[in-house]
Design a protein. Structure first.
Length: 609
């Protein structure tokens, strides 16, 4: 009782040391605790309001969570692009870049373009372009312009745009922003030694040749040449803008500490960059800039390994007197050892899109959800998001640095999205949401059991649908699911555990006692009930009160009997493996199959259900 007044007294005396102005200002400040509480409450209200709103919102909408964040979303529709090279299977890193570009376009009601960069014909893989298109469509990233759909800015394959690049190279030659270089690796000095390397990257200073002389060598004498860019004055001192990293200078390594890509070091060394090769084909950087400008791309989202190339691209835009697009460089994907992901991970996770789809059975919404969370700062509290939710909440707040790919998150999202599909299937009473899953499982069933499989007289697809709704929570991959639930499709008596001496330690219930009860159990079990109600038994059909359900666990009045019964049934019907409830297993297998596995003879008078 004496402590409290002392504390109050000391508090008053402490205030005597605060000047009057500071004391008055402190009294005006709101309580930090109540301030934080009101902020959290407002955030919850905002999140609820967003979830009840339309699937897509306009960029300027004040009711959207992402609009409140206002992380550099453009005020006008964005035109973005994904420009892969068809040199093999699409890596998940490429799909993530495409996804970010797609989300920005759809978030701002703009357009998403697909452009095939196939100028390097030596690296092309037959069929790779078709696989790229299939992977994008499977993921739900349908492009507005590009191959197979056309558009006003085509063609959308660089190999079909050579004449466009040649026209623009001539523009740079005519303006003096580029020059013809006639040097080759075999060029030698007059004394027979290798010629000195000069700033232009030539063994001879071709940039100083008069335009008329260079044109004569190229056209009249047909001497091979490349076209090089003359960098603008003081280019090395320029600072460039990036939405993620802010203002950057010319770098030989990306800000995240990664070495630049194979083409990424062009424009950062002493040599003048080659724009057109001696065979007349454009280099990657030249074609990239020309295409982005002519296709009216407003935003370029790409990996941070390309950041060292950005100054060169700015130099090209400057040479053409074009306005460059807005650049956003995102970090790379690393494995758990912090090494750059290859298409095959040591962890066993397949990292190309085709493999994840066909071998791992990953759902498209799962992969997009998973990739979106790698490097993007989700403004909401729920990480389980479908495409419409990603579009609704997307903005340009990316984390600086690289992202570590962890398998656990992928499998967590897989289970969550499978549960969503099952919920829709139950609500709509349609198997359509499960079609892709059923097809993938069916393929593995046929591989595992080439002969006839048990389907209770239905099609395999319809039967798998019943099994899946009963045990959807265990799904991770099609192969794992079939291994776990193999007893639904094929019965192998050798897998049934040996009968125990007793199935309950307290009452000593034997297998013989349980076996004698099986015929009566099957006669009372309602196989016509949906699987979710199949843990119930009904009186025999001839009873008038047939509709009254009686739980199986009340067939005998003792918990020990029920426990022993469930163990016996699970071992006889499903090898004792974990899975759905015993009632659900019985309902899915059906009367005939249960009778066969339990060793119950057919009652000719009843004939089963």
């Amino acid at each position: 009782m004496l402590v409290v007044p002392a504390l109050k007294s000391s508090a008053k005396s402490a205030e005597a040391w605060i000047c009057a102005a500071c004391l008055q200002r402190r009294q005006r400040l709101p309580s930090r605790r109540f301030s934080h509480a009101s902020t959290r409450t407002a955030a919850r209200r905002s999140q609820y309001a967003v979830s009840q709103g339309p699937q897509q919102r306009n960029v300027s909408s004040d009711s959207s969570t992402t609009s409140r964040r206002n992380y550099k979303l453009p005020g006008t529709p964005a035109r973005t692009r994904f420009a892969p090279s068809p040199t093999g299977y699409m890596h998940i890193g490429g799909l993530r870049t495409a996804l970010f570009s797609y989300l920005l376009a759809k978030r701002t009601e703009g357009q998403f373009l697909l452009r095939i960069e196939d100028t390097d014909q030596k690296r092309l893989v037959p069929g790779a372009e078709e696989r790229l298109c299939q992977d994008l469509r499977w993921a739900g990233l349908q492009w507005d312009e590009g191959p197979q759909v056309g558009g006003p800015h085509g063609p959308y394959k660089q190999s079909e745009r050579t004449h466009i690049y040649q026209e623009h190279a001539k523009q740079l030659l005519d303006s003096g922003s580029a020059y013809r270089c006639f040097c080759t690796p075999q060029t030698t000095a007059s004394n027979g030694t290798k010629a000195a390397y000069v700033t232009s990257g030539c063994y001879q200073d071709c940039s100083s040749l008069p335009a008329e002389q260079a044109e004569d060598l190229a056209l009249d004498q047909a001497k091979p040449y490349t076209i090089r860019l003359k960098p603008p004055p003081n280019a090395h001192k320029r600072v460039y803008s990036d939405l993620v990293y802010g203002r950057i200078q010319r770098l030989k390594r990306s800000p995240s500490g990664n070495p630049v890509s194979d083409d990424g070091d062009a424009g950062i060394d002493a040599a003048d960059t080659i724009l057109v090769k001696s065979d007349g084909t454009p280099t990657y950087h030249f074609a990239n800039v020309v295409d982005d400008h002519l296709m009216r791309i407003t935003h370029v989202i790409r990996g941070s390994e390309w950041m060292a190339s950005t100054p060169l691209h700015y130099d090209l835009y400057s040479a053409f007197e074009w306005t460059p697009p807005t650049f956003a460089h995102v970090g790379l994907l690393l494995d758990e050892t912090k090494a750059k992901l290859s298409k095959r991970s040591d962890s066993g996770l397949v990292l190309d899109v085709k493999g994840m789809r066909e071998q791992q059975g990953i759902l498209p919404e799962v992969l997009c959800n998973f990739l979106a969370l790698l490097g993007w700062s989700n403004p909401g509290r729920n990480d389980v998001m479908e495409m419409r939710e990603l579009v609704r909440d997307f903005d340009l707040k990316f984390t600086k640095g690289n992202s570590v790919v962890k398998n656990e998150k992928l499998w967590f999202l897989q289970k969550q999205h499978v549960a969503r599909r099952c919920e829709v299937a139950r609500e709509t009473r349609s198997s359509e949401p499960l079609t892709g899953l059923i097809d993938a499982i069916g393929s593995k069933v046929r591989q595992a059991f080439p002969g006839p499989v048990h389907t209770r007289g239905q099609s395999l697809e319809a039967y798998i649908g019943e099994v899946f709704l009963a045990d959807s929570k265990s799904y991770s991959t099609p192969q794992h699911y079939v291994d776990r639930n193999r007893y639904f499709f094929h019965f192998d008596a050798s897998e049934v555990p040996a009968e125990a001496e007793t199935y309950d330690k307290d009452v000593h219930i034997t297998a013989g006692a349980l076996s004698e009860f099986m015929a009566d159990l099957l006669a009372h079990f309602d196989f016509a009930q949906p699987y979710r109600d199949s843990r119930f038994a009904v009186p025999k059909p001839e009873r008038e009160d047939e509709a009254v359900l009686t739980p199986i666990d009340l067939v005998k009045q003792y918990k020990s009997w029920n426990k022993a019964l469930m163990r016996y049934l699970r071992e006889k019907l499903s090898y004792g493996l974990p899975g759905p409830g015993v009632g659900a297993i019985m309902a899915i297998l059906g009367y005939e199959e249960c009778r066969r596995r339990l060793g119950v003879k057919m009652d000719a008078g009843k004939g089963g259900w």
